[in-house]
Design a protein around this ligand. Sequence first.
Ligand code: PLP
Length: 286
Amino acid sequence: LLIYYNGEFVPKGKATVSIYDHGFLYGDGVFEGIRAYNGRVFKLDEHVDRLYDSAKAIALEVPLTKAEMTEAILETLRKNNLTDAYIRPIVTRGIGDLGLDPRKCPIPSIYIISQEWGAMYGDLYEVGLKAITVGIRRNAPDALSPNIKSLNYLNNILAKIEANAKGGDEAIFLDQNGFVSEGSGDNIFVIKNGKIYTPPTINNLKGITRATAIELLEERGYEVVVQNLGLFDMYTADEIFVTGTAAEAAPITLLDGRKIGDGSVGPITKAAVAAFEEVTGTIGTP
Ligand code: PLP
């Protein structure tokens, strides 16, 4: 496997990160998670746009044009002969000294890692995930915005640890005001009486799969309402599913020990999963 690093391709075993890279020292950088299906990269322009928006938000200038970044991603797949893959572009502030000062990092580091990709949740697509609402809150939009896909994922990791410790497969974040935010790596959809609800993206990542799900469901005649949601809406939902590049659309059938609906995967969730299967040619697997 070859890893892209600042314009060069390095074998996986030799690909290393400097201990002075501020991405390593301080989480000072941004990233994306992208999928390729059957030789086509899914929503590549959207992911490249979000990578550059994340970089802009942390005042990090990516030393490639978007077209060059797109080409670097495609070249990484070609070099590795990958057609069904997960792709992880990372841009960090670069190598500096031990201090925080970003001005001491003259050249941003760009890494692109790709690998073959298998099912994220395996047979959980059939039975649904157990989710836990975690005590740790999602970053506030006025601080480190959850819209930035930054290398600071400690918030998400602590959420995952908490959910796993309580027997959950996935964590559900509330925001600082108690509104439903998102999962540790996916956005949330709630279904009640045939209507689909999802929170606005002020308090969560502007998920590309979320946007795709809204589009696919509306095309199929479902009404999608973007509005703030509370825990009550989750507990009393008929169905809940989450969306993300890794998860695609995945059902949640148990939340904080409460069955969602009758505890089985509901019809609108099945329609969402099937819609992704249609556009990607696969569910969760290459
Ligand atoms: N929320 C968080 C925190 C994520 O890390 C991700 C994954 O990228 C998502 C949501 C889903 O976003 P997308 O559908 O663009 O992959």
